[in-house]
Design a binder for this molecule. Structure first.
Ligand SMILES: [Zn+2]
Length: 239
């Protein structure tokens, strides 16, 4: 696939996912609730493209972030090489991601402690002397570089669970289990107990039907009892 086509599938994927953090977590929840082995070929391709979008999107999810309040003081790389798009994941890669994030999201939905993936990284701060001419132009005497060195994350099964863990730092409490269908969902409002209003309506309808049926069963049972007693009485009367 050439680069412009790949870019097109990327932006199509983001149209499906949406960029907000809530929507990204909702995407992970959809992944947990989707059986990857039962997808049509077209849907599977869409999921693969979504995976790639989530994998390569540059975001503010850095682990050691450069503080933005002092932009001059902190060194900014300006000639970073453009990263080429990663290959689409294989079904096994997707399954691996799915089972890793299922563990975390299930624990959170059911109110248990949980851990995100473990990442080994080295971190140091470097002080870079500004050239005399730049200093004369008013730049600070030193520029600060925050450096992270870690094994490069290249596998979907490494990058995506970390992405989810970073998102959950701010939204963990929104991951819940629906009282109706028992699936995991992300709360939009704190009071939401159901994945969607249709599910809530369906559940209260089921409850209502069950209550009606229980009542009818009870009526029927007492009617049968009365009849039973009457027929026994009739038998006794014959004697
Ligand atoms: Zn539901």
């Amino acid at each position: 696939m050439n680069q412009p086509d790949a870019q097109k599938t990327l932006s199509a994927a983001w149209t499906r996912i949406h960029h907000s953090e809530w929507n990204q977590i909702a995407w992970f929840v959809r992944l947990v609730n989707t059986d990857m082995t039962k997808l049509s070929e077209g849907d599977l391709l869409k999921w693969k493209e979504d995976f790639r979008a989530m994998e390569c999107e540059d975001s503010d999810l850095g682990i050691f972030q450069r503080p933005s309040e002092n932009d001059v003081r902190y060194w900014k790389p300006n000639n970073l090489p453009v990263r080429s798009l990663p290959n689409l994941p294989a079904l096994e890669d997707m399954q691996e991601v799915r089972s890793a994030v299922t563990q975390v999201l299930t624990d959170l939905a059911d109110g248990r402690d949980t851990d995100g993936p473990r990442l080994y990284a080295e971190y140091y701060v470097s002080f870079k002397k500004t050239s005399v001419s730049d200093e004369k132009r008013g730049l600070p005497r030193y520029q600060i570089m925050r450096c992270e060195i870690g094994q490069p994350l290249i596998l979907y099964s490494e990058t995506l669970p970390i992405r989810l863990a970073l998102l959950l730092e701010r939204h963990a409490e929104k991951v819940r289990r629906c009282l109706g269908c028992k699936q995991i969902f992300v709360q939009l409002k704190k009071t939401r107990k159901y994945c969607e209003s249709r599910c809530q309506a369906r559940t209260s309808m089921q409850k209502l039907r069950k209550r009606r049926k229980d009542l009818e069963d009870k009526k029927l049972a007492s009617k049968n009892q009365k009849q039973d007693r009457r027929s026994k009485g009739a038998v006794r009367g014959k004697k």
